[in-house]
Design a protein around this ligand. Structure first.
Ligand code: KIV
Length: 263
């Protein structure tokens, strides 16, 4: 069974961490069988499962339901679940809602934001709930960000992301997930932090990569981000083959290449 200690020692050894989202029994089973170390029950389910145009409508009850399904299919991966929009607006809410997901089988929770999450991160960590902080493009803030855009392009914003990640690491965050930033920022962040940095659209230098299940298999009909790659295309062996190829390309550093990264 993979744990946070597994991910820490992978970072120390320079071995890339392969991660994917899953929302049900079969996808969790397939991902864990193929050697994925970290499964995220992501609130992206609002878009790829429920068909909303953002993750904002997702509730803690939705997350609990999908967490329960994934837990039954998983054998080896570390299980992380998203706290959905407005479920962690204050420290006590974050504790209450993280407990719901942990009772369903999550082994850690993910929150979106920067330094303002420090108190919740500390509180959860002290109460035995490991925390991943999701930074860069934070989809729950899509309205504030003005769309799904690359973050951290200007020097001030780039420095702010690094400084706030350090604050969250000090508060106890044991993974930083960084989405949709220039490759150089992904690299700098990975060097600056002791904890594993998992990237999505953050270049190949991060300690690991994550993709949304439906993007990895080319199933989502909506607009595709630059970092999305369909691993079903050009591989044999169906879904298992595509997942295995994703793991291989993450481990070898072939994915993401320049075509799937932001310069
Ligand atoms: O909800 C999700 O699937 C995520 C990924 C984009 C990392 O947070």
């Amino acid at each position: 069974m993979h744990t946070i200690a597994t991910l820490n020692s992978m970072k120390a050894r320079g071995e890339k961490i392969a991660s994917v989202t899953a929302y049900d029994y079969c996808s969790a089973f397939a991902a864990s069988e193929v050697g994925i170390e970290l499964i995220l029950v992501g609130d992206s389910l609002g878009m790829v499962i429920h068909g909303h145009d953002s993750s904002l409508p997702v509730t803690i009850h939705d997350m609990a339901y999908h967490m329960r399904c994934v837990k039954r299919g998983n054998n080896k991966a570390l299980l992380m679940a998203d706290l959905p929009f407005m479920s962690y607006y204050c420290e006590s809410k974050s504790l209450e809602n993280a407990a719901v997901l942990m009772r369903e089988g999550a082994q850690m929770v993910k929150l979106e934001g920067g330094a303002w999450l420090a108190e919740s991160t500390r509180l959860l960590t002290e109460r035995g709930i490991p925390v991943c902080a999701h930074m860069g493009l934070t989809p729950q803030s899509v309205n504030h960000l003005g769309g799904y855009r690359v973050q951290g392009r200007d020097p001030e914003k780039r420095q702010a992301i690094i400084d706030e990640a350090l604050v969250l690491q000090d508060a106890g965050a044991c993974i930083i997930l960084i989405e949709c930033v220039p490759e150089a920022l992904g690299e700098e962040l990975t060097r600056a932090l002791d904890v594993p940095v998992i990237g999505i659209g953050a270049g190949s230098a991060t300690d690991g990569q994550i993709l949304v299940w439906h993007d990895l298999l080319g199933l989502y009909p909506g607009k595709k981000a630059k970092f999305v790659k369909n691993f079903l295309e050009g591989t044999t062996g169906g879904i298992q083959g595509a997942l295995a190829e994703y793991v291989r390309q993450v481990k070898s550093g072939e994915f993401p290449d320049a075509k799937h990264s932001y310069a």
